[in-house]
Design a protein around this ligand. Structure first.
Ligand SMILES: Cc1ncc(COP(=O)(O)O)c(C=O)c1O
Length: 437
């Protein structure tokens, strides 16, 4: 039997067909692997089996979505039962109330919840809500922070030394981004409290909201400092801007999400990924006074929101099961495992002599092929050599039966144990030794 990336593998054959019908042969940038993707056939617990029959331990877990790994039996059973009763209705269902109640019980700042399907969509709704609430046009976000594909949220995602400026400039990510979008996005330097406050105040009367991530994944999950959190609380209150926490990933940092852990009190929160138990479920949630922009009960809402598949009962059923499985005990276990994974990988860098490091928090890590301190977009910005080295490490890890992202990210799942994270560290050690040679 041939295996990926053999040109006669099943994956190679599927890819040839894909090239005929999908741009570049793929549907999401993150699934790309050189020289072509390997195709998932099935997943169970910590494992994914590809179309060539190769089994690997999955440390990507659909980019932090699958906190319970693949095909958790409780979630599968609940979904199979739900499917029998119909998959979507132009009517509300009881389960939309059930999941919202669970979320509001866990997050101190959630008073009302509005669903949608993806993190991108939820970020868009949150930014529109902030504009509607304040009747102001601008939003602020961090240089280099990823928030999905909404034009406004993409600004300065990959600004480079050639265009990022001294104070961060609004740099388009996609060609054709309208100038108006760039003019209405204020870009902040992550964790630089004084500079950020100065920039925010320059736009104070125009600023609808500040969109933040407490530990941006593109910056090695560098944690936001307590001073920065304080500044955000103080300044948003003073200028009347809406503080929006993007917890699409950081929600996995604890029972009350990243905000519980960092003491952040946002007006609005964007949640997605794990809240759908492996299905596309996302939401904006927060203070009643801001969330009232979605309320239709007194006439046309200030920010109308709808969607054919919004609050889809199958996804919500999976979400309810996933959230119920996500106990404090599970968070505690994941915390310890995450620490063990990072310590193990850090030791491999010490032992191999390869100049690199691992960063992360809770159940998340990122491997970097540099030793400089990773604390913001500019320090996380990879040279082409570093980007090439991390892709090579990823390839060596795949060959050893471990899936990490092509930027070196990993996200643990509850079916993992010490053996899985120790094996990951051993494989990293082997891979680095081979690369040094
Ligand atoms: C912090 C953050 N926000 C928003 C998004 C967009 O979510 P989605 O891919 O569901 O559109 C992502 C996706 O990875 C993310 O990491």
């Amino acid at each position: 039997m041939t295996m990926w990336p053999d040109p006669s593998s099943n994956s190679a054959q599927i890819y040839q067909r894909a090239l005929g019908v999908l741009p570049g042969g793929i549907s999401r940038l993150q699934t790309w692997n050189e020289p072509f993707p390997f195709y998932a056939k099935s997943g169970s617990g910590v494992h994914v089996t590809d179309e060539d029959g190769t089994v690997r331990v999955d440390f990507v877990n659909n980019f932090a979505s699958l906190i319970h790994g693949h095909a958790h039996p409780v979630i599968v059973e609940a979904v199979c039962e739900a499917v029998k009763n119909g998959t979507c209705f132009a009517l509300p269902t009881r389960v939309e109330v059930e999941l919202a109640e669970i979320l509001c019980e866990r997050f101190a700042t959630f008073e009302k919840v509005r669903y949608c399907n993806t993190g991108t969509e939820a970020v868009m709704l949150a930014l529109k809500a902030a504009r509607a609430y304040t009747d102001r046009p601008k939003i602020a976000k961090f240089e280099g922070a990823y928030h999905g594909m909404y034009d406004f949220a993409e600004v300065s995602l990959d600004s480079s030394p050639a265009n990022w400026g001294n104070d961060p400039r609004s740099v388009p990510y996609a060609r054709g981004t309208p100038r108006g979008v760039l003019e209405d996005v204020v870009v902040l330097p992550f964790n630089e409290t004084e500079a950020s406050e100065r920039i925010i105040r320059e736009h104070a009367d125009q600023l609808a909201g500040i969109l933040i991530d407490l530990c941006p994944s593109y910056m090695g999950f560098a944690p936001m400092s307590p001073q920065y959190v304080d500044m955000l609380h103080r300044v948003t209150k003073e200028i009347g801007a809406v503080l929006i926490a993007d917890e699409v990933i950081s929600i996995r940092l604890g029972y009350g999400g990243g905000q519980g852990r960092f003491g952040l009190e946002p007006d609005l929160t964007v949640a997605a990924k794990l809240i759908g138990g492996g299905f596309p479920v996302a939401c904006v949630a927060g203070r009643e006074k801001v969330m009232s922009v979605f309320d239709h009960s007194k006439g046309k809402p200030l920010s109308p929101s709808s969607g054919t598949f919004t609050a889809n009962p199958i996804g919500l059923t999976a979400g309810v099961s996933a959230m119920r499985l996500l106990t404090q005990e599970n968070f505690d276990r994941l915390e310890v495992l995450g620490e063990r994974a990072r310590e193990g990988i850090a030791r491999t860098f010490d032992n191999s002599g390869f100049p690199g490091q691992v960063t992360g928090i809770g159940s998340m890590f990122q491997i970097h092929m540099t030793q400089r301190d990773i604390c913001n977009h500019r320090s996380a910005y990879q040279s082409s050599e570093e980007a090439g080295a991390i892709r090579l490490l990823q390839r060596r890890m795949l060959e050893r039966g471990f899936i990490i992202s092509n930027r070196g990210h990993g996200f643990l799942s509850t079916p993992m144990n010490e053996d899985h994270v120790d094996a990951l560290a051993d494989a990293t050690s082997d891979a680095l030794r081979e690369m040094v040679q």
